[in-house]
Design a protein around this ligand. Structure first.
Ligand SMILES: Cc1ncc(COP(=O)(O)O)c(C=O)c1O
Length: 496
């Protein structure tokens, strides 16, 4: 069935789009383009009719007609019947794109490239295929024993909860299966936690700034107010961490109900929080009555082998979120929450308002994966190290005005640009064969226009193509101050 966007929904997504920095039709087209590129407007969705959108936005129909026509020319709107074009992505690839629309590079180790654009918006890896496949084969042999049951289990199947608990215990945090709730990934876990702990509108949630965009979106969608605490800018030649004193004073002064942190290879900076800072943070959260929620999705992507203790080891009230998405594959959609048993029961109750449990075969397979959690890691980490070093080298060589922070782990490099170019680069990136996530998506209130997250999930030869594309996009913007001005304002809008 065809999906269409109502004028009201699009108006809400557009926010304060009309800033007067460029002709109105251009501003409207640019923000819609950004919404499509960011995935906030899905593909193959019919946009509102020109007349209805003009009425809703209180602008002339000519402006909407011109904006739609620009989007069509740029390849973001198909020429549908009448004026109701459907959203799409331009089918122009980077040099080297094969006739079937797949890049010739897609045969190289790395990610497949379905639409010819090198994707630098996702920081995610293909599956550890053989390991995952074997786990599913084993799960299928175990399935018959569970078939007589109902198949509903809000907490998750026993073998997986036991495997996750054993994993925490081995890492120095004694844990029982009763302290584990299995979820459909870390994002689902965060939503369950938000629904349980931050139910009232306007609840304050402390966040690192920058932070993981989907977490910020979930916090805002739950009606909460993110309280950002700045991460210190990277120091050249030295390790940079967190501003724990700033976090302590924000906790004490603002007394947020919840804090969301990513201490294990923070997304997007890739930093690892030292144990001393972990201890301080847990103590400060306890003093301010704040539930500290730690997202450990990236924890296994430890590129330099630095040691750290899970945050939960420093205090019994810490709520930990984990996932197999980065260690094995995001397609498993398997994550978990670790907390005290009574809180886990509250999370299970909240969960049943969203779904009634996870799929059983996936959980049985995940139990095998968690029991051998490190199996795919040596190979995965070795190629990530190669990719990280290749990317840092390529940036130094081709983008000498960028400051790229060397990450301790994770999947991306957080780069400071020579100017507020991030959104403009994101908007023109498809013209150069790449897709980007604009810096402001990682912040609150339009911050990080000077920053871009560049993942190193692609193979070195793909990264070379991507970095050269970034260079060409930057050159185009530097040659055209007008273009740069026109394209810099909208994302603050979409984020706020
Ligand atoms: C910090 C962080 N949390 C959560 C997620 C989403 O994880 P999942 O796929 O398990 O929902 C990601 C994915 O990139 C992430 O980086």
């Amino acid at each position: 069935m065809s999906v269409s966007l109502t004028p009201g929904s699009l108006a809400r997504l557009l926010g304060e789009w009309n800033l007067g920095a460029a002709p109105a039709y251009r501003e409207l087209a640019d923000v819609v383009r950004l919404l499509i590129l960011d995935g906030r407007v899905a593909l193959d969705v019919a946009l509102p009719s020109e007349r209805s959108l003009a009425d809703t936005l209180g602008i002339s129909r000519t402006t909407v007609t011109a904006a739609y026509s620009l989007l069509r020319d740029q390849g973001f709107l198909s020429s549908g019947q009448g004026s109701r074009g459907r959203t799409c992505i331009p089918h122009r690839g980077p040099r080297g794109t094969a006739a079937d629309g797949r890049s010739e590079l897609s045969g190289a180790p790395g990610l497949a490239i379905p639409d010819g654009l090198l994707d630098l918006a996702y920081a995610s890896l293909p599956a550890s295929g053989e390991v995952v496949h074997r786990a599913f084969a084993a799960a299928l042999t175990e399935l018959p024993a569970l078939l007589p049951g109902f198949g509903y289990d809000a907490l998750g199947v026993g073998p997986l909860r036991e495997a996750i608990a054993a994993h925490y215990t081995a890492a120095g945090v004694p844990t029982t299966a009763g302290q584990i709730l299995v979820t459909s990934g870390a994002q689902h876990a965060l939503n369950i936690v938000l629904r349980t702990l931050a139910g009232r509108s306007g609840t304050k949630v402390l966040v690192e700034h920058p932070s993981y965009p989907n977490a910020l979106d979930a916090i805002r969608a739950a009606g909460c107010r993110p309280v950002p605490v700045a991460m210190p800018p990277a120091r050249q030649g030295g390790r940079t961490g967190w501003d724990i004193e700033a976090m302590e004073s924000a906790l004490l002064q603002q007394r947020p109900a919840m804090a969301y942190v990513v201490p294990d290879f923070h997304n997007p900076t890739g930093r690892l929080m030292p144990d001393t800072e972990r201890r301080q943070l847990v103590r400060a959260a306890s003093a301010s009555g704040t539930v500290l929620v730690v997202d450990e999705t990236m924890r296994e992507l430890n590129l330099d082998g630095a040691r750290s203790t899970p945050l939960a080891a420093f205090g019994p009230a810490v709520v930990s979120i984990g996932s197999l998405s980065k260690s094995h594959w995001a397609g498993l959609r398997t994550g978990w929450i670790r907390a005290g048993e009574s809180l886990i029961q509250r999370f299970a109750a909240a969960r049943t308002t969203m779904d009634l449990g996870g799929p059983v075969v996936e959980q049985l397979a995940a139990a095998h994966l968690v029991n051998n959690l490190t199996e795919p890691l040596p190979e995965r980490l070795a190629s990530l190290r190669t990719n990280r070093d290749a990317l840092l080298g390529l940036i130094a060589e081709n983008l000498p005005t960028w400051q790229a922070e060397r990450p301790d782990g994770g999947l991306s490099v957080w780069c400071r640009l020579p100017g507020p170019l991030s959104t403009a680069m994101t908007v023109i990136a498809p013209d150069f064969g790449i897709r980007l996530a604009a810096g402001p998506r990682f912040g609150v209130g339009g911050a990080f226009e000077h920053y871009l997250r560049v993942p190193f999930t692609l193979a070195p030869e793909q990264l070379r193509t991507a970095v050269l594309a970034l260079r060409s996009a930057q050159d185009r913007l530097e040659a055209s101050p007008q273009l740069r001005r026109d394209l810099t304002s909208p994302p603050a809008v979409a984020i706020a």
